[in-house]
Write a protein that binds this ligand. Structure first.
Ligand SMILES: Nc1ncnc2c1ncn2[C@@H]1O[C@H](COP(=O)(O)OP(=O)(O)OP(=O)(O)O)[C@@H](O)[C@H]1O
Ligand SMILES: [Mg+2]
Length: 333
């Protein structure tokens, strides 16, 4: 028990075979067909976080190659770690040129090519992606690429069009529940049903999040008894609804000082600006008191803040800026 507490359950329960991948039936069916025929195109997996993209390609390569030769046949790279296209190209070249034995293993199709997994491919610059086209072509007789990303729109068309595309959707609740319950059982966790319901509500189709939440609950509160939604909120790292409603009260008071105080509080408590802005975004969209014109102004400002934060801007400055825009456009028809 102590040992399983120390290890990450998301890794421990990563699907070992393509058949263990929950909820992505279409993708799995099509991939199994390709494996059977041994005719694999270049692949592009895309979709939101925690839906099984990395797990699926890893499981697939384990079905194709015996573990003794897996290292010679599969190259895993993370585009956001590798220092630019030059390093990627060198690694691909060295990997593609390495000889592989001809030994065959019963039960493993071992197709005559190697697989290069390029995870987080959407973090590559357009120039780097352009250069990758050439690399893909140069070694295409001996390698297949699998590009993995969250945002397919960030992959340049000439690369995307070289690949068979597979979209991973957020997992449906019932598949998540089944998987979560089997993990709970294996780890001797005994929570009442409503705890799993709450975890699933929080996770929004992200299986990694669900598994991590379950493990955090066990680490913080033990494996038995119930866990209140507030306690769950505490370990989830999400912003409590109370804080969101404080922000709206400050905005409705039309007092700059109050808004500034709330921002300071949010930052001091260590909540990420992006999490707060995401909640505000949802509230603005559904608000019946903000005019459509003002919604458009606010959402545009939110989008700018999102980009600025992704580029490393200061949380506090961005929050102040967005909330001041809101102060001017809230209720002001
Ligand atoms: N479809 C799934 N079936 C079963 N478990 C899953 C599935 N998707 C995710 N998981 C669980 O979540 C963890 C993370 O999954 P994975 O790394 O495959 O996500 P991803 O889609 O690559 O996410 P990201 O876009 O953030 O890289 C896995 O270790 C596994 O425990
Ligand atoms: Mg991944």
């Amino acid at each position: 028990m102590a040992k399983s507490k120390a290890s990450m359950w998301v890794e421990k329960y990563r699907p070992k075979s393509v058949n263990d991948v929950a909820s992505q039936e279409e993708v799995v069916k099509s991939l199994l067909g390709a494996i059977e025929q041994g005719a694999l195109p270049h692949l592009l997996f895309y979709g939101p976080p925690g839906t099984g993209k990395t797990s699926t390609i890893l499981a697939m390569t384990r079905m194709l190659y015996h573990k003794d030769v897996w290292r010679d046949r599969v190259l895993e790279m993370n585009a956001s770690d590798e220092r630019g296209i030059k390093v990627i190209r060198q690694k691909v070249k060295a990997f593609a040129q390495r000889a592989v034995g001809t030994k065959t293993y019963a039960g493993y199709p071992s197709p005559p090519f190697k697989i290069i997994i390029l995870d987080e491919a959407d973090t590559m610059t357009k120039d780097a992606q352009g250069a990758l086209r050439r690399t893909m072509e140069t070694y295409s007789n001996v390698t297949r690429f699998c590009l993995v990303c969250n945002y397919v729109s960030r992959i340049i068309e000439p690369l995307a069009s070289r690949c068979a595309k597979y979209r991973f959707s957020p997992l449906d609740k019932e598949s998540m529940r089944t998987r979560l319950l089997s993990i709970a059982q294996a780890e001797n966790v005994n929570y009442p049903n409503e705890v799993y319901d709450n975890i699933l509500d929080f996770s929004q189709g992200d299986m990694r999040r669900a598994v991590n939440l379950l493990q955090s609950c066990v680490n913080f509160y033990g494996a038995n008894g119930t866990i209140s939604p507030d306690a769950l909120l505490e370990v989830s790292g999400q912003i409590p609804p109370q804080i969101i409603s404080n922000v709206w009260s400050a905005l409705n008071s039309k007092s700059f000082a109050e808004v500034a105080n709330t921002v300071d509080y949010v930052i001091k408590e260590g909540y990420p600006a992006l999490a707060l802005l995401t909640k505000i975004h949802d509230d603005v969209i559904h608000s019946s008191s903000i005019s459509d014109h003002n919604k458009a102004v606010i959402i545009e400002r939110l989008a700018q803040a999102d980009k600025a934060l992704a580029d490393g801007a200061d949380d506090s400055l961005q929050l102040h800026d967005v909330l001041l825009t809101l102060l001017q456009h809230n209720n002001d028809k």
